[in-house]
Design a protein around this ligand. Structure first.
Ligand SMILES: Cc1ncc(COP(=O)(O)O)c(C=O)c1O
Length: 381
């Protein structure tokens, strides 16, 4: 059996599904592209997605020749309401993408029911939510398919990496045909990724976070290391060469190991999320809706602040690893979003949130973070 098969079996056991429902990819976005193709999505089709996501999501849609159609988010759930999706449906809609934001699913059953009533496929973007649950069921098992990411900062990491779960049996055969055309990762990809995984394991500490993050972003912008996204993906809508790539053995091996500590890590994140939540409620600040608290595994806790730049600078000085997801309706693109068909004037909630959001880390001891929130509470909305 190959490293891929071993890893798929472990993932399937974790989710309590059959391993042939799982496909592995170099990145999560590649899984999205594969399943869109398996659904027969192409020119003339429309795919609905939230106007608060990562630019690689509309890219995967555009690479098929289809048109992304955006829906504004609910500013409190950071996901889309049924009403905003309903407005976006047209006779050309072929797929609805349902996003699990920072690990928080929202209205999934209602959205799947709406899509079914219109004969539309559903795909869950569970890139932030592997292992979390929604109404008692693992994230990603309700829609026709779901894709996950195991990139840095995700529920568990294989450096970069992604997987797809297919729940609709009719998609199995077309997906197999598409997966047969995946490219193997090259020697350079594998070597650079192994070096990055080593650096992350041995060099990344709380006090080195900001320096290493800057260094990583600079190197990946230059194209010298594998970044989360290539310059081509951030500046245009043409599929980069070598995009449709398989998961490497290195990633499978790391994933197998990382998966073992996921349940414990999720318990810590959940406990910490509750601590942050209590602090926000006590100080009368914006917080995640109570209905989200019960079942979910938090990846990060979203926080709204008056001036994001200034707040993150203070966090850097305090050596706290706060995150900046998402700095734009199509993160991380701050220039015009027109090439991706998004006119920001039409999505006021997504624009407001992307100006004010930061995310809080939920690993380890939170006492320094809570002290920091106390100190700068006037800047929190
Ligand atoms: C909401 C969302 N969707 C999709 C992706 C793409 O995942 P990957 O980097 O594994 O392709 C990301 C990446 O962080 C994301 O945040």
């Amino acid at each position: 059996m190959s490293a891929q098969d071993h890893y798929r079996i472990d993932l399937a056991r974790f989710l309590d599904i059959h391993y042939d429902q799982i496909s592995l990819y170099w990145k999560g976005r590649v899984g999205l592209f594969a399943v869109l193709k398996a659904m027969g999505v192409g020119p003339g089709d429309e795919v609905i997605l939230p106007a608060f996501t990562c630019v690689v999501v509309p890219n995967a849609i555009l690479y098929t020749g289809a048109t992304p159609v955006y829906a504004d988010i609910n500013p409190s759930s950071l996901c889309c309401d049924v009403q905003s999706i309903e407005k976006a449906i047209t006779p050309k809609t072929k797929v609805l993408l349902i996003q699990n934001m920072l690990g928080l699913s929202y209205k999934v059953h209602e959205l799947v029911a709406l899509a079914k009533a219109h004969g539309i496929y559903t795909i869950e973007d569970c890139t932030h939510g592997f292992g979390g649950k929604y109404q008692g069921q693992f994230n990603g098992l309700i829609s026709d398919a779901a894709f996950f990411s195991s990139q840095w900062n995700k529920p568990f990491s294989t450096g970069i990496g992604g997987m797809l779960v297919v729940n609709n049996p009719a998609l199995k055969e077309p997906l197999q045909k598409i997966n047969a055309t995946l490219l193997p990762p090259g020697f350079k990809d594998r070597t650079v990724l192994s070096a990055l995984i080593w650096a992350r394991t041995y060099l990344l500490k709380g006090y080195t976070y900001w320096t290493l993050l800057r260094c990583y972003r600079w190197l990946s912008k230059k194209g010298w290391v594998i970044g989360s996204s290539s310059t081509e993906e951030l500046s245009g809508t043409t599929m980069p060469e070598g995009y449709f790539k398989n998961m490497s053995q290195v990633q499978c091996r790391i994933g197998k190991i990382a998966l073992k500590s996921l349940t414990d890590a999720m318990i810590i994140r959940k406990t910490n999320a509750l601590k942050v939540h209590e602090w926000l409620v006590k100080h009368d600040k914006t917080c995640v809706p109570e209905s989200h608290i019960e079942d979910h595994a938090f990846l990060k806790y979203p926080l709204l602040v008056q001036d994001r730049g200034a707040f993150l600078e203070k966090a850097e000085k305090a050596r706290l690893p706060l995150g900046d997801w998402f700095v734009s309706p199509l993160h991380p693109v701050k220039s015009s979003l027109i090439p991706w068909g998004l006119n920001i004037d039409e999505y006021p909630h997504a624009c407001y949130i992307s100006e004010h959001i930061v995310n809080l880390p939920l690993e380890g001891d939170l006492s320094r973070l809570i002290n920091f929130l106390e100190l700068y509470q006037n800047e929190i909305l």
